[in-house]
Design a protein around this ligand. Sequence first.
Ligand SMILES: NC(=O)c1ccc[n+]([C@@H]2O[C@H](COP(=O)([O-])OP(=O)(O)OC[C@H]3O[C@@H](n4cnc5c(N)ncnc54)[C@H](OP(=O)(O)O)[C@@H]3O)[C@@H](O)[C@H]2O)c1
Length: 244
Amino acid sequence: VAPVQIGILGGTGPAGSALAARLASVGHEVIIGSRSKYRAMEVVDKLHEQWKSRDLQIVAGDNPGAAAAEVVVIATPWDGAYGVATSVAELLDGKVVICMANALTRIGKEFQPLVPPRGSVAASVQAAVPSCQVAAGFHHVPAKELGDLSHPIESDVLICSDYPRATEVTSAIASSVPNLRPLDAGGLSQATPIESFTAVLLQLNVHYKTRVAVKFTGIADFDGPADAPVGAGAGRENPADEGE
Ligand SMILES: NC(=O)c1ccc[n+]([C@@H]2O[C@H](COP(=O)([O-])OP(=O)(O)OC[C@H]3O[C@@H](n4cnc5c(N)ncnc54)[C@H](OP(=O)(O)O)[C@@H]3O)[C@@H](O)[C@H]2O)c1
């Protein structure tokens, strides 16, 4: 997979910074975005310090700086995703936007899924910025393992989108990490169960005092998707034209 420039909105949290480190470790160029560029700089400095033996191409930016990248990831809490996407809407025009946010709450010892407007965080982002191509993905990959570059991470990555190009680009990025297997889970309506299933995984983590990842049996090994064009507007499809 050719290196891609990837901007991460809310990239200062455990999920975004772990994804940044892992994607940079396989050659992608990553911009960690934040509402505060200084917070992003602190996180980037920590990553460079932690992995100083590696030449990680990670730089700090504000969220608009990250949104200017070729491919954009949303790694904010669920209730921040809509607002942050809207705030950089013009920069997302025609781009693949990967939404990894899960709408969850914890009540006592139990994780419970929430149902955001339009059924999922990803669908609410797609509605907020109709000119971009949202793919939901990376919801179930635990941040700690994802960010630990001294160990491989093994997981399936369920991806869904109404745009084939968004699924292809997200799959290509996932498959650039050894042992991550992208799986095409269908249209964006599947983001509802994909996001809410995260509550089950977190519950398993609590019960078994571990961090689980998902791996499906019964799908034959395959070489992964061909490289997909990532530039804004490349191969743009209109799902309305596909006449399901
Ligand atoms: N943790 C995991 O293992 C994991 C794995 C897969 C997916 N996820 C999902 O990935 C997302 C991020 O997880 P996380 O644990 O990294 O979350 P987090 O630490 O709570 O938030 C990530 C970043 O989002 C920004 N942010 C917070 N509230 C915001 C708001 N209202 N508007 C805009 N930006 C806001 C903050 O960055 P600034 O203050 O610097 O702007 C924060 O550092 C979540 O939706 C989570 O469900 C998490």
